[in-house]
Design a protein around this ligand. Structure first.
Ligand code: PMP
Length: 761
């Protein structure tokens, strides 16, 4: 009847078809259909529903059958279909100007769950209510619902994959894409093993009614599907956890209520975390689609914000922790705590102890998502330390790039395939034009080793000038050029072909003024002149990482590079730590010094955890290296690595991560410098972008290093579920170099924790 659903139309339609004298008509909100509350002259209330299509007759009839069966058992809990004068429950019109399906259902009293203060008792009753409903539904005849396909059905989550593009903000879209990947890996293979049932499929807080502090009714059965039973809870929990500080606690109340009536299976509880995530993702995807197609429909926007808020919280919750809490709530035995000593023993049985472990209490890691890592006990750690997962742990774009290529072809560089040249081109586009050749390897160590060989072959010289406290890799040559190693514990000292430049440190070093860069460069010049034997190369990081995040004094490299070149050498910048936008101001560390190196060493962040390294150089140097000896690295530049490398570059750009490093890094350092004033033990806060060092001292006059305090803090941070590390000659600098998706509230949390910990020292 109602393409023009005016009150008068409704009144006459209802009188005509149902014989009911309507005295009041009020529109109700609805997602896909028109709903009205109507009152008759006898004081009865009904819901009048008009669907704007007249197909799916079978479906409406099946819904009516379900409601009849339910209301036979529970007369006041569910809407009862009202019979029309002609004996039907559904009145369909199928003509040009009226193509609708119309029904009347009994009105259920009660407040909507969304409008009521939530309590443990209320949520437990919600669980019990749903379980009672599901117990009935489990017994019901399924054919029509089994044949039904709905987007709003979690088991079809992956079908929405292409629609994530409706989410315009890439830093939000990545959350949804992350869950697509996780769902595919961890849920999809398990779906066939779950028990299935007809489910209501939309127990959100706008459909749940409450009376006297308990859930008393449920409306809107229009989304019923035949699906894994646990999806019922997944939907209910997803919406119930909106705007909760501790979502798992509230979820547990509902689960415990449910379990009393209809016991859940372990497998169901194991997948619940991901099913909830999937439902939240569906909600934000479909509302984003709806908003694009229909910008003025406010209802679509309503559930979007809390769904995003919850997704942002959900991503920081370990699936294992959720499973643990869900199982606890259901009274199911949970796995015992990890015995880390057993794991350590096993590691040491087979692996050398020279492979060290972080923290006094080591961590057994199991999963990660963006800036969060999850241990085997389900604890969440905020990762303020790991720079290898540059664009975020398990970033879906990177994971999928690798998975897809791995399923297609992975081979060595002696065959031609598109990825090698494509990645080389994309990577080199990030460098000044002069740097036009790249060699791919699999680690920073392999890259620095190769870089030195390139320099030596090109110049015909052997000597190498290295940076004090520098680190470049674990190969024999890598150790030779790493003062951090050859002069550190177990090191065998400086080789005769190595010269060491004094670190141009304006905090702890000899020169601290504006001319410090030039003065340190003069020192290096003297060192060069003392030797009649010129150096092939000078290698340094732009900010010396292992030395304690020490930025080279401004102006230093600008002076040094010409000196090196003048005596016939070439200059290498090790960008393993500082490259790919981390320092915020520039994409590469050398750019901040206004120089162009001849050779660049790349590694760690390049593959976001996948082992790739590279050496970038000039055509001239690459030509010299082509001297007859073949260069071949079995795995360097393979198609999988190249796809991953390209994905990393894409994400940096799409998510504007260099800019985020700049803004978050500056904010972080401002916060740290502010509280530095309160704590004289903090000697220096330094760095650039999200490459930050905080140096601890005992005395501001002597700058005596406070190694104990830095160690204490690092371990305390770990106990407080924040990952940082220490480094520098005296191991007195806390290093922070988080994934570039680290945000301002993450920075605030670390700063607050810093200050709390320093107060107890
Ligand atoms: N160069 C620098 C500056 C590094 O920090 C590292 C690793 N810490 C390397 C090279 C060696 O890289 P990898 O461990 O991947 O071999």
């Amino acid at each position: 009847m109602l393409n023009s659903s005016t009150g008068e139309n409704i009144i006459s339609f209802i009188k005509e078809n149902y014989g009911i004298d309507v005295i009041d008509v009020k529109p109700l909100e609805g997602y896909a259909n028109l709903n009205f509350r109507i009152k008759d002259d006898k004081g009865n209330s009904y819901v009048y529903k008009s669907h704007q299509h007249a197909d799916d007759k079978l479906l409406f009839e099946s819904e009516t059958t379900v409601l009849h069966q339910l209301t036979k058992q529970f007369p006041n809990e569910f809407p009862k279909p009202i019979q029309a004068l002609n004996g039907d429950y559904i009145i369909q019109h199928e003509n040009e100007d009226d193509n609708t399906t119309n029904r009347i259902l009994s009105w259920l009293e009660g407040d909507l769950l969304k409008d009521i203060k939530h309590s443990q008792q209320l949520f437990e009753s919600f669980g019990e209510f749903l379980a009672k409903l599901d117990k009935e539904l489990l017994e019901m005849n399924k054919p029509v619902f089994a044949a039904r396909y709905m987007e709003w059905d979690i088991q079809h989550f992956l079908d929405l994959r292409a629609k994530s593009n409706f989410i315009t903000d890439p830093s939000l879209r990545k959350l949804v894409d992350y869950y697509f990947v996780q769902y595919k890996e961890f849920v999809l293979p398990e779906l066939p093993h779950l028990r299935k049932s007809i489910i209501h499929n939309d127990a959100n807080d706008r459909n749940v009614l409450v009376q006297n502090g308990k859930v008393s009714g449920l409306i809107d059965f229009g989304d019923m599907v035949y699906a894994p039973l646990i999806q019922e809870l997944a939907v209910a929990l997803a919406y119930s956890m909106f705007e909760k500080d501790d979502p798992l606690k509230w979820a547990a109340y509902i689960i415990s209520g449910y379990q009393e009536i209809l016991p859940l299976e372990e497998k169901e509880l194991e997948l619940l975390y991901y099913l909830i995530a999937a439902r939240l993702c569906m909600s934000v995807i479909l509302s984003s689609e709806g908003i694009q197609n229909n910008p003025e429909n406010e209802y679509l926007l309503i559930s979007q914000k809390p769904a995003w808020d919850l997704l942002n919280k959900w991503i920081a919750i370990s699936p294992d922790m959720a499973e643990k809490k869900f199982k606890e709530a259901a009274g199911i035995d949970i796995l015992k705590k990890i015995d880390i000593q057993l794991d350590l023993n096993k590691r040491h049985q087979f692996v050398s102890k020279s492979l060290s472990v972080s923290y006094i209490k080591p961590i057994k890691m199991k999963r990660a998502a963006f800036q969060y890592m999850f241990d085997a006990d389900g604890n969440t750690f905020l990762d303020a330390y790991n720079n290898i997962p540059h664009v975020g742990h398990q970033h879906p774009k990177v994971v999928e790039a690798g998975q897809k290529q791995m399923a297609m072809l992975n081979t060595n560089t002696r065959y031609i395939y598109d990825q090698l040249a494509a990645y080389a081109e994309k990577l080199l586009a990030k460098f000044p034009a002069l740097l036009s050749k790249v060699f791919f390897v699999n680690s920073g160590s392999a890259a620095s080793d190769l870089a030195i060989r390139l320099a030596q072959t090109h110049t015909g010289k052997q000597n190498i000038m290295v940076m004090e406290y520098g680190y470049h890799g674990h190969t024999r040559l890598g150790v030779d050029i790493s003062h951090y190693k050859f002069s550190g514990r177990g090191g065998s000292g400086q080789k005769e072909y190595i010269f060491k430049a004094t670190i141009p440190d304006t905090y702890r070093g000899e020169f601290k003024d504006a001319e410090a860069g030039i003065k340190y460069a003069n020192q290096l010049s003297k060192l060069l002149n003392q030797n009649n034997d010129p150096v092939a190369t000078f290698i340094s990081e732009p900010i010396v990482g292992c030395g304690g995040q020490v930025p080279l004094a401004p102006g230093y490299l600008k002076e040094v590079y010409p000196l090196i070149r003048k005596q016939g050498g070439v200059c290498i910048s090790d960008e393993v730590q500082t490259g790919f936008g981390r320092i915020g101001t520039h994409f590469w560390g050398f750019e901040a010094h206004g120089v162009i190196p001849d050779i660049i060493v790349l590694g760690k962040p390049m593959g976001n955890g996948h082992p790739i390294g590279a050496v970038v150089t000039t055509n001239e140097i690459a030509e010299s290296f082509d001297n007859g000896m073949e260069f071949f690295s079995s795995f360097g530049g393979n198609p999988v690595s190249c796809e991953i490398g390209m994905a990393v570059l894409d994400v940096i750009e799409e998510e504007n991560l260099q800019q985020n490093a700049l803004e978050t890094g500056e904010y972080f350092m401002t916060l740290l410098r502010d509280f530095q004033k309160e704590f004289p033990v903090i000697g220096d806060v330094r760095g650039s972008g999200l490459f930050i060092g905080v140096e601890f001292i005992k005395d501001p006059e002597t700058l005596e290093p406070n190694t104990e305090l830095a160690q204490f803090l690092k371990n305390k941070f770990r106990e407080n579920f924040i990952l940082v590390s220490t480094d520098a000659t005296y191991d007195n600098v806390i290093k922070m170099k988080p994934p570039l998706c680290f945000n301002k509230s993450n920075a605030e949390l670390v700063t607050i924790k810093f200050s709390d910990l320093l107060k107890i020292c």
